[in-house]
Design a protein around this ligand. Sequence first.
Ligand code: MTE
Ligand code: MO
Length: 154
Amino acid sequence: MGQSLAAADALAEVALGGDLARPVRLTVAGLLQWPQHQARVAFECASRGVQHHRFEGPLLHDVLSAAGPAFDPARRKDRLRFLIAVAGADGHGTLMTWAEIDPDFARAPVLLAVRVDDTPLHHAGPQLVLPQDRCGARHISGIRSITVDGRYGR
Ligand SMILES: Nc1nc2c(c(=O)[nH]1)N[C@H]1C(S)=C(S)[C@@H](COP(=O)(O)O)O[C@H]1N2
Ligand SMILES: [Mo]
């Protein structure tokens, strides 16, 4: 078997790191152990028009909260400096703010999807799903890293 085939067979891992008490490597098998949420989304791609997908996976907020972000959860203002950087295997990435997914603030039901249209993502890696977005561009597929960054504004 060639090297590229071997790479395609490998299970994808996401490095969850940054300003966290418990950085961790996430797999799709591990993410399937979390409470699963479903989202039917329609988003517009600038080059290919409107796309429809069914996604399933844990809430990004659940997974990130469990990793122990370095803010005091009792002090709401403390969270507002935190950014979340999500990057795919191909280098495409996006930034979100913690407040965007926080139930006390914008509470967007963002998913770390492990299944798209009934296809599991063990090899491709999870996909970011933002049901609130009109455009498709932030639906990062093949996620390889998620970095929580609380240094902004310090
Ligand atoms: N890793 C990665 N994810 C990506 C992109 C990309 O270039 N790389 N393109 C985005 C864009 S522009 C769109 S419109 C959607 C397309 O998703 P679809 O192919 O499932 O319709 O994926 C998004 N996720
Ligand atoms: Mo797109």
